[in-house]
Design a protein around this ligand. Structure first.
Ligand SMILES: [Zn+2]
Length: 225
């Protein structure tokens, strides 16, 4: 089972909306708070009241105050990419988590594009005096499931904290009075737990790191064997 052992500096989740961080990777975030800095950047806050729900969820997960952009939608403008890469450099994570490129939600797909580019630019000495070379980029499942996950993180010990965070999103839960979000997140964690050989787990795809531009030395090797 993957333990995210390469994590040395910390973990940063970059998400489109308040609740994505909890539904997609809340257990993984909570599971790492004891031994690493864990941060959340939320790219939108619409309506503004969702900020309170996000802060309450972050508290339930044992996180500090998330960074929130007040945009209404996720665009792919160069200015947004730069703002995101600025946060990556400031937080200096070794692991970044964001959305899937095949997510059903257009703004989740847009976030993937923004984050992938921002991770690249955060590593450039041409952009920053002290760049951040992210080591792993993981893609989470919110409502779109991953057919074949690369990484499964055991969240059994923190599942109660994840479900407490889910309950923070009263405005979203109210859209489905039959308990869709609570049941979906529990069943998803059970399914991934079966696959991972534990009780509850969260699943991710691992995105190959581009590390192009002037950073080919990071890819250099003396031997392929
Ligand atoms: Zn979302």
């Amino acid at each position: 089972m993957d333990q995210l052992v390469s994590m040395k500096r910390g973990l940063l989740a970059i998400v489109s909306h308040p609740d994505d961080e909890t539904f997609g990777c809340g257990g993984t975030l909570a599971a790492h708070t004891d031994n690493a800095p864990v941060d959340v950047l939320c790219l939108t806050c619409n309506p503004p009241e969702r900020r309170e729900e996000l802060f309450s969820a972050a508290q339930a997960l044992g996180l500090g105050e998330p960074t929130v952009f007040d945009d209404l939608h996720v665009g792919d403008s160069p200015s947004l990419i730069r703002l995101v890469s600025d946060v990556i450099v400031e937080k200096n994570p070794s692991v970044v988590i964001t959305h899937l490129p095949f997510d059903y939600h257009r703004e989740h797909r847009a976030a993937y594009e923004v984050v992938k580019e921002a991770v690249e630019w955060a590593a450039h000495t041409t952009t920053y005096d002290e760049p951040c070379l992210v080591e792993r980029l993981l893609l989470m499942e919110v409502n779109t499931l991953i057919p074949q996950p690369h990484v499964l993180v055991d969240v059994t010990g923190v599942m109660d904290r994840k479900m407490e965070a889910v309950d923070s999103y009263t405005s979203q839960l109210a859209k489905f009075p039959w308990g869709y979000y609570q049941k979906y997140n529990m069943k998803k964690a059970e399914l991934r737990g079966v696959q991972a050989g534990c009780v509850y787990a969260e699943a991710f795809l691992e995105e190959p790191m581009p590390s192009n531009g002037p950073f080919y030395e990071a890819k250099a090797t003396r031997s392929l064997l």
